[in-house]
Structures are given as structure tokens and as C-alpha cells.
Write a protein that binds this ligand. Structure first.
Ligand code: COI
Length: 350
């Protein structure tokens, strides 16, 4: 690996008390090029611009995938990675669907280790902070023929982060636009999935909603995701979340919440959820909670769901399961409780 270190860290210019999500970047980045049928030696260099020509394929056809994962500082100041190999596997699944060559475990692991060794100071130790890690791969060949590229660039950048949504959000059920269709790329972290969500989300923002609840593309009768999060409902005392399909992202936080809820003896159902079922539960005063899960948001409570002109405010009977599970998750991520699931890796162990 080639390592070019920054001359002077920018960290002293950063106000960690005011961190907007995704706008502050750590000192270094990892870059690795795919050319002539193979990935070449990765390089770490100071974070900064990438030089690409106007004919670069990703700019025209959007052939690009990414991951979102997090590292945390333990109370003793050690850097811990959360389920990072799950992100590695999902990156390659997304890459395969987008006809992008997969990254070897060795490049991913050693690149990440060296990068985090250099920039671990960017992860604040206080509660609520993490280092958000963004690996991505894009088509970097120069060609505007509509075909898969022969050249790619793999990059890892990191960004110190804190709370994504400072309070519970209000969402609206989308009945016209779709995020993903059967046979499409909804299960993958393809850049284009996010691009196509911005216009409908802006329309919802104008009406006062933070996010959309996406429904199935065919009939708009089944719930799929909420914004960039997997979605959960507490109906009575049972947790329900849409079952995975090729139009739903297999969220790593989603998987973690399923395990943590089961460990607490909470009943969890992964299945199709009709919009009508949510309306019925609300009318029966049985819709107790709703929340979203994702790497960036961790667990984010949803206060109200609007469908047509009906605003469903959560009944919130009993203690919030979302907040309990969020705490369980954060305690594992910070290394505060026993990691019975083997989700956490010390940086020094990579
Ligand atoms: C994540 O939770 O990491 C996401 O992918 C959301 C991101 C688009 C901010």
C-alpha cells in the first residue's frame, strides 16, 4: 500500500459541537484503481478532489455503489468497528448487480485498517458521536457508450458524525412515486436509488414532512421503506417490519434490531405490511410506535404518519421499544456491554 500522509491535520479547525451530517471529512482517503482487468495497489492520500474527465462513465450512466458503516470510540479510547464485514459483503453484492468488479477482502480490510489508523482521532469519544465510513466504487472509464465500464475507482472517505435527526420525524405515505421495483436495484446501495428519491422527497418536505414512506411500485398497497431507512411498527406489543425482497435494502441495523428485539423476548414479524393494516391498527388505537433504522440514523422515532388526509399520531402506549433497542445497540457499539453477537471488532484486531 502507498501511504502519503497529510502535512498538517485539519482537525483543530473542526467544531465537534456543531457537526452537520456528511459535510466534514477526515484528513485522509483511500483510493484504488481497477484497470486492465484487475484492482491495483491501493493508495492513501490526503482527502481532497478526484480528477475525472467530462467523459467519465459514472457521470453519464450512474454506475456507482456505496456503503455506510460506522466506527465508535470505547470509553477507554479504542476504536471499534461495527459489523464492518457485513458492509463489505453488501458492497460486493451491490457491485455485482451494477456490473462492477468486486473488491478483495484484502484490499478492503488493509485499506480500512491503514486509513483508520491515521484518522482515528476524528472519532469523538463522547456519546452520540461516531466516525461514518463511506466506501464507494464508481465507473471511472472514459467512454460515453451505454455499457459497463472497463475501469473503476474504489474510494473510502470518513466523516465524523453525530445525531442525524435530532427529534422524532413526521412522514407521509407515498402513493404515486416509487423507490424501487421488482427485479430492479432497490436491494442494492446503488447511487441512483438515492438520486431518484430526491424529487418526491422534496415535494413531501414542502408539505411539512421529513421523509416519505415508500410503498410497492406496482400497487402502492404495501409498505417498503421510509426515506433512507428500514421501517418498523409496534402494533400492540409486537414489532413488524417489511420482509426483505429485491426492492428493500437488507439493512445491517435492521438485522441488528431483529436480533436485539428477540434477545429481549419481543415478538418480531418480518412480513408484507399493507397500508390498510397500519390504518386499521391506528383506528383501533393499537399503533403504538413507528421508527426507522439505518446506519446514519441508527434508530429514529417517527411521530406521525400521514395517509391522504389522515394524520396518524403514534399511541405510544407503554415504554418506547425503539429507545430501548437503540440503547442496546449503542451499548454494544461503544463496547459497554458484552458483545454476545460478535458484531464489534477492535481496529487493532483487523
Ligand atoms: C446510511 O444509513 O448509511 C445511509 O445509507 C443513509 C445515507 C444515504 C445518509
Amino acid at each position: 500500500m502507498i501511504i502519503n500522509r497529510i502535512k498538517e491535520s485539519k482537525i483543530h479547525n473542526i467544531d465537534f459541537g456543531k457537526l452537520p451530517f456528511g459535510k466534514v471529512f477526515s484528513d485522509h482517503m483511500l483510493i484504488c484503481q481497477y484497470k486492465s482487468g484487475k484492482w491495483h495497489t491501493p493508495e492513501i492520500r490526503p482527502y481532497g478532489t478526484l480528477s475525472i474527465s467530462a467523459g467519465t462513465q459514472v457521470l453519464h450512466y450512474g454506475q456507482s455503489v456505496f456503503e455506510g458503516m460506522k466506527a465508535f470510540k470505547s470509553d477507554a479510547g479504542e476504536l471499534l468497528l461495527f459489523r464492518y464485514m457485513d458492509n463489505y459483503r453488501r458492497l460486493n453484492q451491490s457491485a455485482t448487480r451494477l456490473s462492477i468488479p468486486v473488491i478483495s477482502e484484502n484490499i478492503f480490510k488493509t485499506g480500512l485498517k491503514e486509513l483508520l489508523n491515521l484518522d482515528s482521532d476524528w472519532c469523538n469519544k463522547e456519546d452520540g458521536y461516531a466516525l461514518y465510513i463511506r466506501p464507494f466504487i464508481f465507473a471511472s472509464g472514459e467512454c460515453i457508450k451505454a455499457s459497463a465500464s472497463t475501469e473503476y475507482t474504489f474510494v473510502i472517505i470518513t466523516s465524523p458524525s453525530t445525531v442525524y435527526y435530532p427529534k422524532a420525524i413526521d412522514v407521509i405515505i407515498e402513493e404515486h412515486y416509487s423507490r424501487a421495483s421488482r427485479g430492479g436495484v432497490g436491494f442494492a446501495k446503488a447511487a441512483g436509488n438515492y438520486a431518484s428519491s430526491f424529487y418526491p422527497t422534496k415535494q413531501a418536505n414542502r408539505k411539512g414532512f421529513t421523509q416519505i414512506i415508500w410503498t410497492d411500485a406496482k400497487e402502492h398497497r404495501y409498505i417498503e421503506e421510509s426515506g433512507t431507512m428500514n421501517i418498523w411498527f409496534r402494533i400492540g406489543n409486537k414489532l413488524v417490519t417489511p420482509e426483505l425482497s429485491d426492492s428493500i435494502l437488507d439493512g445491517i441495523t435492521r438485522r441488528s434490531i431483529i436480533s436485539l428485539a428477540k434477545k429481549r423476548g419481543i415478538e418480531v414479524e418480518e412480513r408484507k405490511i399493507l397500508v390498510k393494516e397500519i390504518l386499521d391498527a391506528y383506528h383501533q388505537n393499537n399503533l403504538n410506535e413507528c421508527f426507522g433504522t439505518g446506519t446514519a440514523v441508527t434508530v429514529s422515532p417517527i411521530d406521525s404518519i400521514t395517509f391522504n388526509s389522515i394524520r396518524m399520531v403514534m399511541a405510544q402506549k407503554g415504554e418506547s421499544i425503539a429507545l430501548k433497542l437503540k440503547k442496546d445497540l449503542q451499548d454494544i457499539q461503544k463496547g459497554r456491554i458484552e458483545d454476545t453477537f460478535n458484531w464489534v471488532t477492535f481496529l487493532k484486531e483487523i
